[in-house]
Design a protein around this ligand. Structure first.
Ligand SMILES: [Zn+2]
Ligand SMILES: [Zn+2]
Length: 225
């Protein structure tokens, strides 16, 4: 018997007679219906067509209008809203470090990944890797193939005030390319995966590095927004 990874209650399956007679394997569930219902799916008919956030209508949100004015166009889609349940999930998964929880949304992620795209997960820093023990984004991918094309820049201890404006702007870029993986992204359509879209800065920085190194197109996908 399976128990819910979130509330530990035993998961019940509603099996119809026709399913039983089909001899198909039961799709495995990791959370009970009650817990699953706490997560709210984003309705894609009413989103910001740039960042993918839930809106009242299909359009472009104020934040993305600002990005656009800066000449930074980006397209991201997210699967769930960042509500209380998702916040709790993220806390347990990332900060408590319950690695099992990665399985809850793997199926949802798989459904959103198009075969003609190269999947690139947002990397975590070496320090986070040591503390957390895993990259939470890679965990969400399950058995989906991916390319670790990005690395988090090692922070050199340079006083910001010692840099000129150009260097300061450049210094904000947190990612750098993993040179060995360049041939795998050149002229490819890339799907950047992250767990959460907050301000959009992280994923845009990542997209910039990939484009600069030859990616043809870069889209974003995050578990929540
Ligand atoms: Zn549950
Ligand atoms: Zn937006």
């Amino acid at each position: 018997m399976d128990s819910c990874l979130l509330c530990k209650k035993v998961i019940t399956y509603d099996i119809s007679l026709s399913f039983l007679l089909s001899f198909k394997r039961l799709p495995k569930k990791y959370v009970c219906a009650e817990c699953m219902n706490q997560f709210v799916r984003i309705d894609e008919t009413r989103i910001c067509k740039s960042c993918g956030r839930q809106m009242d209508n299909l359009g472009m949100c104020i934040d993305c209008q600002k990005w656009c004015r800066l000449g930074d166009e980006f397209e991201n889609r997210s699967i769930f809203q960042y509500n209380e349940a998702m916040k709790n999930f993220m806390h347990r998964y990332k900060f408590v470090g319950d690695y099992q929880l990665r399985m809850i949304f793997q199926k949802e992620i798989r459904k959103k990944i198009r075969k003609d795209f190269v999947v690139v997960p947002i990397p975590i820093s070496a320090e986070t890797k040591i503390n957390r023990g895993f990259n939470q984004v890679i965990g969400l991918l399950g058995d989906i193939k991916y390319v670790e094309a990005l690395k988090v820049k090692e922070r050199r201890k340079v006083r910001q005030s010692a840099l000129n404006r150009q260097q300061r702007i450049h210094n904000k870029q947190v990612f750098t390319i993993n040179y060995e993986s360049v041939p795998k992204i050149v002229n490819q359509k890339v799907l950047l995966l992250d767990d959460i879209y907050t301000t959009g800065t992280t994923i845009r920085h990542a997209a910039e590095v990939l484009k600069k190194n030859g990616a043809m197109q870069v889209l974003g996908l995050t578990l929540c927004r």
